[in-house]
Design a protein around this ligand. Structure first.
Ligand SMILES: Nc1nc2c(ncn2[C@@H]2O[C@H](COP(=O)(O)OP(=O)(O)OP(=O)(O)O)[C@@H](O)[C@H]2O)c(=O)[nH]1
Length: 204
């Protein structure tokens, strides 16, 4: 776990770093905004146009799972992915990745395998990844069948959702599943550490 966030009353919140990954324009910023600012205008709304941010930006979302307070720090790129220049520091220290493609854009789906490779090379094999096929509200423009997304996720052993940042479909669920996986891993690590300590100290 990255460390401890600022706590209010009681125990401090755990700080979890999640990184958005995937090609430009697949909807990463819209997904983050939908999740962290529920009142913001929906993506795909002609009256709303999200500016591609400059540099690396992150948003914080406080959540609670089984009495554990967590601060999700969600890092979003600003189009640097176009040039494949995402630096190692962007990946470093992340516990989770939200890997996004656009169901209306076959190229964005075909790039997922190289994104997976990049993530594991730069962040290690232990990180949790979730695959999202975004813009599922655009059924008439679909270029990637849902089964293809499911199959790819299955091959990589990761959860999969089709999402719509525009219609708020599966956004909350996707982040919940990823956060739970990260916390479970963290709990296992803590338990292992405790049992090692108990073993070394003769169970004291
Ligand atoms: N219909 C529809 N449009 C979406 C959805 N999500 C995002 N968009 C639109 O897709 C475009 C790109 O969205 P962004 O959120 O900027 O995509 P991004 O991946 O962050 O792009 P970069 O900032 O270039 O990295 C915008 O015009 C959004 O309004 C969605 O679920 N449905």
């Amino acid at each position: 776990m990255a460390g401890q966030g600022q706590g209010g009353a009681g125990r401090p919140a755990l700080l979890v770093k999640i990184v958005m990954a995937g090609e430009s324009c697949v909807g990463k910023t819209s997904i983050v905004r939908r999740y962290t600012e529920p009142g913001s205008p929906p993506a795909g709304d002609p009256t709303s146009s999200y500016l591609a941010t400059i540099g690396i930006d992150f948003k914080v979302k406080p959540v609670t799972f089984n009495d554990t307070r967590v601060k999700l720090q969600i890092w979003d790129t600003a189009g640097q992915e176009r040039f494949h220049t995402l630096s190692t520091s962007y990946f470093r220290g992340a516990q989770g990745f939200v890997l996004v493609y656009d169901i209306t854009n076959l190229d964005s789906f075909q790039s997922i395998t190289s994104w997976m490779k990049d993530i594991h090379e730069k962040a290690g094999d232990e990180v949790d990844v979730i695959l999202l096929g975004n813009k599922c509200d655009k059924e008439s423009e679909r270029a990637v069948p849902k089964q293809k997304g499911e199959k790819l996720a299955w091959e990589h052993g990761i959860p999969f959702f089709e999402t719509s940042a525009k219609d708020n479909v599966n956004i909350e669920d996707a982040f919940s599943v990823l956060t739970k996986e990260i916390l479970e891993k963290h709990e296992n690590e803590a338990q292992q550490l405790n049992s090692q300590i108990a073993f070394r100290t003769g169970g004291e």
